[in-house]
Design a protein around this ligand. Structure first.
Ligand code: BF8
Length: 641
């Protein structure tokens, strides 16, 4: 068994892994080791289970079978597999966005406990959906916005409304190559249809539909999710918060909200402030009620309310191992089935809350928007009851709790860098043009027990900011980077290059900006579009010195996000390669040929330092193509030296 230090760089996680080992409680890392060797055909993308003539697999060494029973070659098989993954990721975000739209609709009709918190964002979103907000009251407008958002899912023809937020040049590319998504659901269904046995055998055609489905996520499902969440729960603004397992408190009732959709967690946060429930918690012997989050739900409530995050994807089992979690609620995505058995080692109650995410033998409290607060109170009351069953002797909570700043949005950049008189992106563009900031990289995505937790994130980002690259981050990547203190303004002084440091110090920001959950990667698309619109850095997103990276990715959503970034003109690097390497034609398309179509491509690099070098070279090539000045201090240092 590998040591805790080999499994994670986080001291809190190491402590819990040691506990797991001592108590013989298996975790994802143990199951991964037991799973070795993993299927090489699957890793290379050449295992086909599309029909019952198979399963088939292509011999990547060219000696065994080169065609499946139906005659499909490696490229067809791998492209179909990949397109299915893109569709699944898009479906996950799509249903998230749809839920928020329904919630807004119910709020507008007075049928739920939610209401519009950001009127400005409501009006702005209305315009993007083709609704004139003038003269309409909040409720009426919210209803129209919700309905128009829902239309985006079922629309059959035309284009998604939010595509118009991209630069003209980008929209033109999408139209030229038939990549503009028509409706969110249509692109997912079409993707699945194309992968049925005997439909589309052309890897390029399959990947074009992959990009169309992915764009329907980035500029559709995810963007709708982000915008409506801002409308309903308020647009985040930078705030201080804390993260890591120290967020769990021994003397309080601990409720952890885990998953992705903040509709429930927002209400649990409210219920935890209820005086009656607080009194009940006191009566039970607790000092109070502590809410913390895991994964992207954590990011949602952290950036809007400063509620601490107990951690990221690989922290979920470790949080339970503290023995102090009274209720762990899960909704959708990224919660491990292992939680059921794990929670049974302790007193922890695992509660599923979404009718599309259940587990046999686990308590289910159906969450519905019409009685959201009531359900949230029920969950808090359950936690108080369960707190009484907690065995204090089995509680072991690591102290680590790291300060961070979160809550940067595309809109906030106007205020942040634009000054008091005319909020704009001008200062950001100028900092890039003058060579203080080399470029901007979105470092996003998951954690994966295949690699040491947090190590690639930390190494990559330290290297990037040292080279004056401003980093934006989301999802589990944001938590990982927070844990190594890169989301603190002080880290600019310690780690950032001189140009970036000056910018950070002038405005008091960290060199790594936390933009939210994974759905909020859509904020990065909007920020890139705003930079193009501000002028001086080309006409299209693909002209910008920007890139994306997910050094520790694992989920299908990450694949979809990567593809919508590439299709939007942002080249993307993954740590583990996409499952395409057994299919030479598809690999060639993803890593080279796609660039001719959309101006961006994929890179795969397991070594974080090499990934950083490749990304920096890419940013420099973009700077050169734009004929930008050399990096400011590089020139001065060379002259001095
Ligand atoms: O959506 S980064 S492990 S939690 S998939 Fe999941 Fe990956 Fe985390 Fe959020 Ni995103």
């Amino acid at each position: 068994m590998s040591t805790a230090e080999k499994r994670t760089i986080d001291p809190a996680s190491q402590k819990m892994l040691d506990r797991a080992k001592k108590e013989k409680v298996p975790t994802a890392w143990d199951r991964l080791e037991a799973m070795q060797p993993q299927c090489g055909f699957g890793q290379l993308g050449v295992c086909c289970q599309v029909c019952e003539m198979g399963p088939c697999r292509i011999d990547p060494f060219g000696e065994g079978a080169q065609l499946g029973v139906c005659g499909a070659n490696a490229d067809t098989i791998a492209a179909r597999n990949l397109l299915r993954k893109i569709a699944v990721g898009g479906a996950a975000h799509g249903n998230h966005g749809r839920t928020t739209a329904f919630t807004l609709q119910m709020a507008a009709e007075g049928q739920s406990d939610y209401s519009v918190r950001d009127e400005r964002k409501l009006r702005q979103t209305a315009r993007y959906l083709g609704i004139d907000p003038e003269g309409k009251d909040t409720q009426a407008l919210a209803k129209l916005v919700a309905e128009a958002a829902l239309v985006q899912f079922g629309q059959q023809e035309g284009e998604l409304a939010f595509l118009a937020r991209a630069p003209e040049a980008r929209q033109k590319i999408w139209r030229e190559h038939d990549l503009a998504p028509r409706g969110v659901d249509r692109e997912i269904v079409t993707a699945l249809d194309q992968t049925h046995m005997g439909v589309d055998h052309d890897p390029v055609s399959l990947m074009k539909q992959g990009m169309r489905a992915a764009l329907a996520d980035g500029w559709g499902g995810s963007m709708i999710g982000t915008d409506i969440q801002d409308i309903l729960f308020g647009s985040p603004e930078p705030l201080r918060a804390k993260t890591n397992l120290g967020a769990i408190k021994a003397d309080r009732v601990n409720i952890i909200v885990h998953g992705h959709e903040p509709v429930l967690s927002e209400m649990i946060a409210e219920a935890a402030r209820d005086p009656e429930l607080l009194a009940q918690a006191k009566d039970a012997g607790a000092e109070g009620i502590q809410i913390s989050g895991l994964c992207c739900t954590a990011n949602e409530i952290l950036m809007r309310h400063g509620i601490p995050s107990a951690g990221s994807f690989l922290h979920q089992e470790l949080a339970v191992l503290t023995g102090a979690v009274d209720v762990l609620t899960v909704d959708v995505q990224c919660w491990m089935p292992s939680l059921k058995d794990l929670t049974e080692y302790f007193h922890t109650k695992l509660v599923t809350t979404s009718d599309r995410a259940r587990q046999l033998g686990t308590d289910h409290i159906d969450f519905h928007e019409t009685h959201a607060l009531e359900t949230a109170k029920e969950i808090v009351a359950l936690a108080i009851e369960n707190y009484k069953k907690r065995d204090a002797a089995r509680v072991d909570i690591p102290d680590e709790e790291i300060d961070l700043i979160a809550g940067f949005t595309a809109e906030y950049i106007y205020k942040l860098l634009g000054g008091t008189f005319r909020p704009s992106y001008r200062p950001l563009n100028n900092a890039i043009i003058e060579g203080r900031i080399r470029g901007i990289v979105g470092v996003v995505g998951c954690e994966n027990p295949k690699v040491c937790q947090g190590e690639a994130h930390a190494t990559l980002v330290r290297e990037l900011i040292k080279n004056d690259v401003l980093v934006v981050t989301s999802g589990c990547s944001a938590s990982a980077l927070a844990r190594v203190r890169l989301l603190q303004p002080e880290s600019a002084e310690e780690f950032a290059g001189r140009g970036l440091r000056e910018v950070c110090e002038a405005v008091g920001i960290p060199p790594v900006l936390h933009v939210g959950a994974c759905v909020d990667n859509s904020r990065i698309l909007i920020a890139c579009s705003n930079i193009v619109a501000e002028g001086g850095l080309g006409n299209d997103i693909s002209d910008l010195p920007v890139a994306g990276a997910a050094p520790e990715w694992m989920s299908e959503k990450a694949i979809t996000i990567g593809w919508y970034a590439v299709a939007s003109g942002i080249s993307v690097w993954f740590g583990d390669p996409l499952p395409v390497l057994g299919a030479p034609g598809l690999a060639q398309f993803a890593t080279e040929d796609v660039e001719k179509m959309v101006g961006a491509k994929w890179g795969f690099e397991a070594d974080a330092e090499k990934m950083a070098a490749a990304i920096i070279a890419h940013l420099d090539a973009k700077r050169e193509a734009l004929k930008l000045k050399p990096m400011m201090y590089q020139v001065q240092d060379q002259a001095a030296g």
